[in-house]
Design a binder for this molecule. Sequence first.
Ligand SMILES: *Cc1c(COP(=O)(O)O)cnc(C)c1O
Length: 397
Amino acid sequence: MGTNKKPGKWRKRTQAVRGGQVRSAFQETCEPLIFTAGYAYEDAEEAAARFKGESPGYQYSRIANPTVSMFEERMALLEGAPVARATATGMAAVSAVFLAGLKTGDHVVSANALFGSCRYVLETVLPRFGIGCTFVEGSDLGAWKAAMRPQTRLLFMETPSNPTLAIVDIAAVAKIADANGARLVVDNAFATPALQRPMEFGAHIVVHSSTKFIDGQGRALGGVILCRQDFLDENLNLFLRNTGPALSPFNAWLHLKSLETLELRMKQHSENALAVADFLAGQKKVTRVLYPFRADHPQHNLAKSQMDGGGGVVTFEVEGGNRAAFKLLNALKLIDISSNLGDAKSLATHPETTTHQKLTPEARAAAGVTNGLLRLSVGLEDTDDLCEDLEQALKVA
Ligand SMILES: *Cc1c(COP(=O)(O)O)cnc(C)c1O
């Protein structure tokens, strides 16, 4: 590989465009997509030295790949994290942190408001290995403290959470983790580093589904784990190498290139989402609107103190429960019904019967998922068109 410019001196927006770039001998201006499983060595001695860790360079793309490394490096620069590792999906990132970071007898404390699959890993997978998890109301700092045990190793939260956009005080929970010698893991998929950098507030580990706003165009799955060197060396590195949740170089390339426009897109997503949230709040059949940067959000001030924008997701409740929610979705002419989010195209879903269907009714209630609740991932279309679509669909509902 060829030259790498000096990234240390650049500001975030420059890092988003150039951070981590390594040019091949061809001096291409666009980051190269190195699509290979293996790498050839000059001689047998060189191969032996690489496996011993005495010579830098690549061995096999399950372990590392130049395009994937560029994506990891750029993500670390944007999050302000010492190191990053990319994974095949967001759930591979979440699972790897828990399975690599915990052992039998350990304990986890997690906020209640979680994405369905995250909840499954904590509630169903971890107990099989003798790892317990206590769920708490994320905004209740006393509950976090009370749930801590000597065996508590990891604390987990999504902020904003999926789908109710609950905000958790990252700095306060990080302090609770520190006081117990535990690590705080923050799922930053909804905000992205363009709007929130949890490590600035003391989080020890950040995880992402880069499938969402980082890709930004609904094309490819991916995940990222960001952490400090000690967690990488002691827990993550050998786990990832040997269990193999590696990200495809192609997907890494897409997500790497997407980072160049992340800040611009997140600004526009936030602006559009706020406009749509304000519109929905004025509609008769809408009983509740949740958006972190609206003054009526229960944790509005906290959201403003740790986020640079409200993000692209608006959650709202329609009068008439399940039936009305389905009618509204079926009447949409522009917005698609899809359980994905973070796309340039606006997407709407009914969490109770899709993303959160597998949860017990109790867990759904704890996560705030009611039967009239709809999650709207606001895209980059003209908000007048989005509001007109919602207006005509609300008439049908
Ligand atoms: C989508 C999502 C995940 C899972 O990511 P995948 O890439 O779909 O595996 C995890 N956490 C949150 C908050 C998500 O929205």
